[in-house]
Design a protein around this ligand. Sequence first.
Ligand code: SF4
Length: 222
Amino acid sequence: MASHDMHRLPVVRDRGASFSYACHGCGHCCHHKAIRVDPYAVARLADALGVSTTAVLRDYVDAATSTLRQSDGGACVFFDGGCSVHSGRPLPCRLYPLGWGGKPNGDESFYELSAHPQSAGVYGTDGTVADYLASQGTASYERASWRYAEVLRRLQLAADADGPDPGAPPSITDVDEAVRHHCEQRGEPIPDDVEARVDLHLALLHAWLDAAGAPAGGCTPG
Ligand code: SF4
């Protein structure tokens, strides 16, 4: 499919604004797009695929950009006539054709992205932005986005804090590696549930940041 330079349009909405969008599976939005993934998105992809986060990071993610790999033709690595990992698709795919702008103080806005000229998607006003987000299951992704933003902010502050050296931190990107290492050291079972593994991963990161003397980062909406 031809490349399309998707960009942010000057249309900003809040959660209560009228909005609806019906996808008709043309697949244009799954080509030539930088789909960024955070540790939660990687964990959800791994859960949907039945593999570890280590495998997802190794096989499907460009480590330099934290985005999903693409084929030579620009298709997302998970595009196979449609999304082959629909239940685990990352937040940008769930939001599309909206983008989400969140600030550390909790302010947020939703902006519209330019559609591919041949997109079969149909825009409407049959619901609200909040309805659309609920239909796409974005809530856990939004919450995780804030929680990992807080970790990243604290890591920046720890680097400046000149506090005690707590040793090497848990893996920041690889949820399963950090959790497995922790559980094996303590002889504890690894949680079966992906949300529980992410909760434990965040707890391990915050415990390390506390030991490093990092102050709170202030990114805690939700
Ligand atoms: S993860 Fe699925 S929905 Fe998202 S770009 Fe890839 S194929 Fe498309």
